[in-house]
Ligand binder design. Structure first.
Ligand code: BEZ
Length: 221
């Protein structure tokens, strides 16, 4: 299994989805992307997760983030299950789900893992994907990797919060403090000297030479 790390180039691949075949990097274009795996179609937590992502799609669109899911199930299974997701989660699944029965994408991204809902000696065989999230930027660089246990549905508010932080810190010379949310003060990067900080951000509060806070630069001045 590959051990992808933050800063690596996201591996390219060809795959089949319920929306047709894709070539991953070409499909991404100049967008950010959330690539997420789930353990299996027709399972309860996964049904709520993909429903949540479909309902949040306008939030991802606003941030120029394309969505793509993957599991080891075939396209026919995705097509049938999407009907259940739409019905029970009051949504329309409007993003591709990769069918990866050969586990090509799953292995490339290291998505196969331990299922905490089953005893160690009764793990699925062949092994399945766990709940992974990869946020990839427009340069195809991996910027966030999350792995959640099979038993716990992901928090997509938190994932959107990290995307907001990644986007602000990529485009401005700042970082974001604990529990930050858009609109809260940001931290001026330690590499930025006070004079440059004044030019870039205007007023700032210097609690320590290494801890300087300023208004969220995405707010109107
Ligand atoms: C679920 O989606 O509910 C689930 C799937 C695989 C393992 C455990 C839970």
């Amino acid at each position: 299994m590959s051990a992808l790390r933050l800063g690596d180039i996201a591996p390219d691949f060809e795959a089949v989805t319920q929306e047709g075949p894709i070539s991953f990097h070409k499909w991404m274009g100049d967008s950010w992307t959330m690539l997420m795996s789930h353990p299996a179609d027709y399972t309860p937590v996964c049904t709520t997760e993909l429903g949540a992502v479909a309902r949040y799609k306008p939030e991802f669109d606003k941030r120029n983030v394309k969505l793509i899911a993957v599991s080891c199930d075939p396209v026919e299974s995705h097509n049938g299950w999407i009907g259940d997701i739409n019905e029970t989660q009051k949504c329309t699944v409007n993003f591709p789900i990769i069918a990866d029965p050969e586990r090509k994408v799953a292995r490339l991204y290291g998505m196969i893992g331990y299922h905490d809902d089953m005893p160690k000696d009764k793990q699925p065989n062949p092994a399945l994907t766990v709940r992974c999230v990869f946020i990839i930027d427009p340069t195809k660089t991996v910027r966030l990797i999350l792995v959640y246990p099979a038993s716990c549905g992901r928090n997509f508010d938190e994932i959107i919060r990290v995307i907001d932080s990644l986007q602000i810190t990529t485009y401005k010379k700042c970082t974001t403090p604990a529990n930050w949310k858009p609109g809260d003060d940001v931290i001026i990067s330690p590499a930025v000297k006070d004079e440059e900080a004044k030019t870039l951000f205007g007023d700032f509060t210097k609690l320590k030479p290494y801890l300087r806070l300023t208004k969220d630069p995405s707010l109107p001045k």
